[in-house]
Design a protein around this ligand. Structure first.
Ligand code: FAD
Length: 318
């Protein structure tokens, strides 16, 4: 079933969903099941699985010189999606990125997903590779998520890259895209970013999942701005609990989010690391409850492997 159909069916009820990361290469499916098994009691209708582009690493060769090598550290997104659907009977939402894909690669990936009966996809651009400094698309690939959305929508209408294909099988993807309550870090300003988000919706995206945020006022303002800009699709808040004191600095650095003063003040009072986790969990519970009251279609938790924390929060909220 499509993600948006779950929202429609749930009417005013707020659903719950989770995002998992493929394990590092060499890991096993067990690590995914270890996260998801305990979360199934909350009956998520869908689970997101992230996609990770290849990265450059420097490896020593036989002559003792360092060589720049390209590796994918977290492969397996599609396989994990299939395994999740098989084990739990819930829908999986693979993230599909522009980075590292030609349009042909994208088309082939979408054909695989379609044949696996995966009808949902989160279409995103992907971040820059570590040593690139800025996002560089694959030659013959997409520069922006909007172009990926257009390609998926084109396949939903039976269109393939090869114009000789007539009456091609129509795919039936529900397309999610990313949104940024505090604006995407590369965008010159909030309004410009919103304009590009609207382009993704106009190109065929069905719903938005937001970047994490710690101040609900930012989310409420974002929803208002989206609605004023004519974006009418469901907007799902993405939530990540802060569990370590150092995340006060690392999360803003990595995700370009602001920490509200009240949360900073609470954390300043903390004398032991374990207490920081308690503050973060309590904050996320309060955020979740308020968002639920606001009537969001779903609360989407970035698990990042920390199942116990997510479970504690979900138990308080659902
Ligand atoms: P876009 O929508 O393409 O926007 C990127 C930037 O370009 C923005 O600043 C935007 O304002 C601007 N822009 C957009 N269109 C145009 C245009 N036509 N002309 C000029 N400027 C334009 N990353 C991963 O690698 N794997 C994942 O699985 C993953 N999952 C994510 C899930 C969620 C919910 C979120 C919020 C992010 C996720 N990311 C993931 C991170 C994401 O890839 C980065 O935030 C990336 O930098 C931007 O992706 P996007 O799809 O928002 O890009």
């Amino acid at each position: 079933m499509k993600v948006t159909e779950y929202f429609e069916k749930a009417e005013d009820k707020t659903l719950i969903s989770f995002e998992v990361l493929p394990p590092l290469k060499g890991g096993s499916m067990k690590s995914i099941f270890d996260v998801l098994d305990p979360l199934m009691e909350f009956k998520p209708p869908f689970i997101d699985v992230t996609y990770h582009r290849e990265e450059y690493v420097y490896q020593k060769n036989a002559n003792g010189y360092y060589e720049k090598t390209s590796i994918r550290k977290r492969p397996g997104t599609v396989g994990i999606c299939a395994a999740i659907m098989h084990r739990y009977g819930v829908d999986a939402v693979p993230h599909l990125i522009c980075g590292g894909f030609t349009k042909e690669d994208t088309e082939n990936a979408l054909i695989d997903l379609n044949f696996l009966n995966i009808n949902n996809v989160l279409a995103i651009r992907g971040d820059a590779r570590k040593f690139d400094g800025r996002f560089i698309a694959e030659e013959g690939g997409h520069n922006y998520a909007v172009d990926l959305v257009k390609q998926i929508a084109h396949m939903n209408a039976g269109g393939y890259l090869d114009s000789n294909i007539e009456n091609g099988a129509r795919t039936n993807f529900c397309i999610g895209v990313a949104g940024y309550p505090e604006k995407h870090f590369e965008a010159p300003n909030f309004q410009t970013d919103l304009k590009f988000t609207k382009e993704k919706i106009d190109a065929g995206a069905d719903y938005i999942v937001t970047q994490m945020f710690f101040d609900n006022q930012n989310f409420f303002a974002y929803v208002k701005a989206c609605r004023e800009a004519g974006i009418e699709v469901p907007i799902v808040p993405g939530l990540k609990p802060l569990t370590k004191l150092y995340q006060l600095k690392s999360l803003p650095r990595m995700f370009y989010v602001n920490m509200p003063e009240a949360l900073v003040k609470e954390l300043e009072k903390v004398s032991k690391p374990a207490m920081a986790k308690e503050v973060g969990i309590e904050w996320c519970i309060e955020q979740s409850k308020e968002l639920k009251k606001f009537g969001v279609p779903c609360l989407h938790y970035y698990t990042m492997g920390d199942v116990d924390t997510i479970k504690r929060i979900a138990r308080e909220v659902y």
